[in-house]
Ligand binder design. Structure first.
Ligand code: HEM
Ligand SMILES: *[C@@H]1O[C@H](CO)[C@@H](O)[C@H](O)[C@H]1NC(C)=O
Ligand SMILES: *[C@@H]1O[C@H](CO)[C@@H](O)[C@H](O)[C@H]1NC(C)=O
Length: 312
């Protein structure tokens, strides 16, 4: 009986969380969507790396403490924030969110959360890259905690399929969501450090991961020798500024960068879905939209921050 009560209590703690809706700001900040879109578009015009950065930022935000803009907080005093944690290497373009927040604050002060701005910016980034659009549910609140140590809760690029499944399941996301959201890797750039273990000293038997296409592996080794330049790396896919289904074709050609990408072939369910997405951009983008809405509805915060970098 007490176990039942306890689990009911825990359940209600999590679900007392914010319920989101598409028209959340219809009365209080009717122009929020166009203000955010403009900030993202202006930035992306002068820096092609912006859309990928914002999509990844939203994913990182949602996977730690829910989508509560914890990823946007700066370190303060002794507290090292998420953005200064170990797997932060490709997190950048925080200034875009600052610009969007400034525009939104001057139109409707104190109303729109940073977490909502980031969710909108991620959607706008996909649209700007030629991907699908969707209605973003809004009404998230911003959190008051950001800990560098918690970035270790993010999935690693070395994860196998069961580790990935577990990481997603802990956030209420399914294997279908894993396959669809991994398609985010159609955009952006990876540093050598994220896949180096596959092309040098893979194990005691072989130097290069045998699940990599040999000529692809050879080209990666040229860009990423044992001692590479700090900023060296490669695009996630050859069409890395366009949101398409190429990523899934590359998985079957053994030309994806991370073990976590190629792991999608390791279960019949995920393999079949990857094959379906490789064959149909439409099937991919539909599934991506559904899974993005699911991921971006993991809520967590308490307040509407005035400045996305500091708690109120
Ligand atoms: C399934 C587990 C995932 C793992 C293990 C993973 C891992 C990584 C790694 C290691 C990088 C490269 C970082 C670097 O070296 O700079 C990266 C980049 C990226 N990831 Fe993921 N990721 C995952 C899921 C996702 C999801 C769900 C999304 C979004 C829907 C996403 C979007 C991106 C984007 C857009 C980039 C490029 C960032 C840029 O160019 O700035 N990833 N990911
Ligand atoms: C990433 O973290 C390191 C320390 O772990 C820090 O020096 C660096 O500034 C961080 N990068 C970003 C983009 O915040
Ligand atoms: C994945 O890795 C974990 C941890 O190393 C291991 O326990 C598990 O057996 C692996 N699963 C598969 C399917 O390889």
């Amino acid at each position: 009986m007490s176990a039942l009560l306890a689990s009911l209590l825990i359940f209600s703690l999590f679900t007392s969380a914010t319920s989101l809706s598409s028209n959340y700001y219809a009365k209080t900040c009717p122009n929020v969507e166009s203000l955010v879109r403009k900030a993202v578009r202006d930035a992306a015009t002068s820096d092609k790396k912006v859309p990928a950065a914002l999509l990844r930022m939203h994913f990182h935000d949602c996977f730690i403490r829910g989508c509560d803009a914890s990823v946007l907080l700066d370190s303060k005093g002794k507290n090292k924030a998420e953005k200064d944690g170990p797997p932060n290497i490709s997190l950048h373009a925080f200034y875009v969110i600052d610009n969007a927040k400034k525009a939104v604050e001057s139109a409707c002060p104190g109303i729109v959360s940073c977490a909502d701005i980031l969710a909108l910016a991620a959607r706008d980034s996909v649209v700007l890259s030629g991907g699908p659009s969707w209605d973003v549910p809004k009404g998230r609140k911003d959190g008051r905690t950001s800990l560098a140590s918690e970035t270790l809760q993010l999935p690693f690029p070395t994860f196998n399929i069961s580790q990935l499944q577990k990481s997603f399941a802990q956030r209420g996301l399914s294997l279908d969501d894993l396959v669809a959201l991994s398609g985010g890797h159609t955009l952006g750039f990876s540093h050598c450090s994220s896949f180096k273990s596959r092309i040098h000293n893979f194990n005691s038997v072989t130097d290069v991961d045998p699940s990599l296409n040999p000529s692809f592996a050879a080209s990666l080794k040229k860009i990423c020798p044992v001692k590479n330049a700090k900023n060296a790396g490669v695009p996630m896919d050859p069409s890395s500024t366009s949101f398409d289904n190429k990523y899934y074709k590359l998985i079957f050609q053994k030309k994806v960068l991370f073990s976590s990408d190629k792991a999608l072939l390791d279960l019949p369910k995920t393999r079949n879905l990857a094959a379906k997405f490789a064959g149909s951009k439409y099937a991919f983008t539909n599934a991506f939209v559904n899974s993005m809405i699911k991921m971006s509805s993991i809520t967590g915060g308490q307040e509407v921050r005035k400045n996305c970098r500091v708690v109120n």
